[in-house]
Design a protein around this ligand. Structure first.
Ligand code: ADP
Ligand code: ADP
Ligand code: MG
Length: 664
């Protein structure tokens, strides 16, 4: 194959993927002046990646097999739009040699390695055989062609239990079984084969020594078509659930400089064994001392941003430059490691329900700004739907800082400042995970999450005084923004006299918690039991600042009917507002004063002294800020006196009339 035919300059790029990675690739391609073409399934008509691209082509029905995995339709989409190159992202067809070949055959540049390289490295067995020859340290095991029961049993015996039975074609942690004794081996092979056949259409197995409580360490590499190959340091991805990464960081806090150089050299050797072109990752497990090769991923990885943040290199830009046929712009000794980066994968899933995926419409999507070392690679926006057809990853949040501790704190702050509603996410779980003392101390292994699950998914705290006050403030704030006739409007009228409005809230099936709002003339207060608290609300995007007892703090709020979501400095709270319409009583408290709520002019007097008034009967009209407002009787009674006449200019708070309540 002539490499100049494989890799050459192009102007239009088709992204054969969806979600955050499609958006991520489009962003860099656009910055490089390329035209971008998105592809989508029927479920993704309104998806973010479709909106971001210059053009978009419908592939077919929602099912991945009918759309994102349909090679023919993808090649057709490129032809139709004049795309000259294809970026496969990760997942889907990114490691599919037939797809790379089909692109080449159609005259398209495939942004990645050649089909031959993928074939060599795509199977775990094949790549291990290659690595063995190249002298890269391997996990001891069997990766031969013979697949009969006797051969596999003998191999497991020789390796020594526990062993890991692994699908050679595997990915995403599927087709893998830990086997602790000879008796378990047969059934484990049968079930792993069944899973592998279904997921990858290939049930070849390999057997590996199971490294107990290992760490996962991997090295980012990239090669060009001129024979240059670089390693871009390592990532530690030990925090996993079911062999799937959850948190990744760079550099690994486990390695010292000498170990770092050893693992990077091993990775360059591994990739060099196939003269690798493009971005790739060499994965190792480590027992804490040594590292052992497990597999190579011949594509961009989910966690590539942590490498970008510590090297300052845009890996997608480099992928595209390699695909243009350019030489890599830096030499190995020009690549510098700066600071630390940590990434968290934000999923639509419920950690308290065994991480069950959560599908539906994202009604609220408020993530913090990408400032102060925070980066967010998202594939969804407010109003988007999470479909059951695809991976449930919504976004990645990544934080960089000069030190690991600060990077963790920044990431945690970013997670804490995120409000996503409509679907369930793992955001609180991620927050609990990265702030766990053992994570901070790097005292972890791949089994950590499973062991600590109870702690990591523990229930949120019960609402306290601040949350009850915030709940009432949220309702009041919402009413005054939604309803211009509400007395809570910014420049509206405060009803004369004091009123009390009672509220009750409940968390789940817990007890009702009561709070009352006193309002009317004079400043409003909140009453919980015996305590009466002065408060003030200043609305802002996504919520308001609540000043309570002289302390101002930020509250994020989402009100959906009777359901309130609040985020205060104490965490996230979900409260049910008990009977918001029927249960309240507006009772009169204290003496009423009919007073000017703002400075204005008396334009009409509507009742005479001594008149009997129904509750709500008009007494006089003021003009304030060019708007007329009528002051009314706060309760039934007799108009004792009127203290003003038409034309008077009155100051705020001045008493204008007195009503004496009737006895009943
Ligand atoms: P990484 O090491 O980058 O996490 P994985 O092998 O776990 O690599 O897969 C990368 C991502 O692609 C994961 O989020 C996975 O769920 C997703 N993925 C893997 N295979 C497919 C597929 N066939 N279709 C859609 N998504 C996939
Ligand atoms: P996948 O293609 O699904 O990513 P990998 O071979 O990369 O498969 O393994 C996924 C994860 O399984 C690793 O990150 C590691 O946590 C665990 N694992 C893999 N091989 C071993 C092993 N030999 N011993 C212990 N754990 C392993
Ligand atoms: Mg892997």
């Amino acid at each position: 194959m002539d490499r100049s035919k494989l890799y050459r300059r192009f102007r239009t790029l088709l992204i054969a993927n969806r979600g955050e990675i499609a958006c991520r690739v489009i962003r860099t391609a656009r910055a490089m002046g390329l035209r971008t073409v998105a592809v989508y399934s029927e479920a993704d008509r309104d998806a973010m990646h479709v909106a971001l691209a210059d053009e978009a082509v419908l592939l077919g029905p929602a099912r991945a097999r009918d759309s994102y995995l349909n090679v023919e339709r993808l090649v057709e989409a490129a032809k139709k739009t004049g795309a000259e190159a294809v970026h496969p992202g990760y997942g889907f067809l990114s490691e599919n040699a037939e797809f790379a070949q089909a692109c080449y055959d159609a005259g398209l540049v495939f942004v990645g390695p050649t089909a031959a390289m993928m074939n060599a490295m795509g199977s775990k067995s094949g790549s291990k055989a290659l690595m063995e020859k190249a002298g890269v340290p391997l996990v001891p095991g069997y990766h031969g062609d013979a697949q009969d029961d006797a051969t596999l049993a003998k191999a497991a015996e020789k390796v020594g239990f526990p062993v890991l039975v692994k699908a050679s074609a595997g990915g995403g942690g599927r087709g893998m079984r830990i086997v602790r004794s000879a008796a378990e081996l047969g059934p484990a092979i049968v079930s792993a084969k069944r899973e592998a056949k279904a997921a990858f259409g290939d049930d070849r197995m390999l057997i590996e020594k199971y490294v107990d409580n290992p760490r996962h360490i991997e090295v980012q590499i990239i090669g060009d078509s001129h024979g240059n190959l670089l390693s871009l340091f390592e990532r530690e991805c030990t925090l996993q659930r079911r062999h799937q990464k959850v948190i990744e960081e760079a550099p690994s806090p486990t390695l010292n400089a000498a170990q770092r150089e050893t693992v990077c050299a091993a990775a360059r050797k591994a990739a060099g064994a196939v003269n690798y072109v493009g971005a790739g990752t060499i994965e190792f497990v480590s027992d804490g001392k040594d590292v052992f090769f497990i597999e190579m991923n011949t594509r961009l990885q989910v966690e590539h941003p942590v490498t970008e943040l510590i090297t300052g290199i845009d890996l997608v830009e480099w992928q595209l430059r390699v695909a243009f046929g350019e030489a890599l712009p830096l030499k190995q000794d020009e690549i510098k490691l700066d600071g630390c980066a940590v990434e968290a994968r934000v999923y639509a899933e419920n950690p308290t329900k065994n991480f069950m995926p959560s599908v539906g419409r994202i009604s609220t999507w408020r993530l913090p700004a990408e400032t102060g070392g925070l980066r967010i690679d998202a594939g969804y926006r407010e109003g988007d739907s999470v479909s059951p057809h695809y991976d449930a990853m919504l976004a990645k949040m990544i934080a960089w800082a000069p030190t690991r501790d600060v990077a963790i704190d920044r990431l945690n702050r970013g997670l804490e400042d995120s409000d996503v509603r409509g679907i369930v996410t793992n955001i609180p779980f991620l927050s609990a995970l990265i702030t766990h003392p053992k994570v901070r101390a790097n005292a972890i292994d791949t089994g950590f999450i499973e062991r600590e699950l109870a702690v990591l998914t523990s229930a949120s705290p019960a609402p306290g005084e601040l949350e009850l006050c915030a709940a009432v403030a949220a309702i009041v704030n919402d009413e005054r923004q939604a309803d211009t006739s509400s007395p809570w409007q910014t420049f509206g009228w405060q009803p004369v006299g004091r009123r009390r409005r009672n509220f009750a809230f409940r968390v789940g099936h817990g007890p009702e918690q009561k709070i009352a709002l006193n309002y009317g003339s004079g400043p409003s207060t909140l009453v919980i039991g015996e305590r009466e608290l002065a408060f003030a609300i200043a609305p802002k995007h996504g919520g308001f600042d609540l000043t309570l007892d002289g302390v101002k703090s930020s509250v994020a709020a989402v009100i959906d009917g009777h359901e309130l979501y609040l985020r205060t400095r104490n965490g996230r709270f979900e409260l049910h507002w008990v009977d918001p319409f029927g249960g309240e009583t507006e009772e009169q408290t204290g003496a009423d004063k009919i007073a000017a709520p703002l400075p204005g002019t008396v334009v009409a007097v509507l009742a005479e002294e001594g008149a009997k008034l129904e509750k709500g009967a008009p007494i006089l009209t003021l003009e304030v800020m060019k708007m007329e407002q009528t002051l009314r009787a706060p309760y039934a009674g007799v108009l004792k006196s009127i203290k003003c006449k038409v034309g008077d200019i009155v100051q705020e708070g001045i008493e204008l009339a007195v009503v004496e309540a009737s006895g009943e």
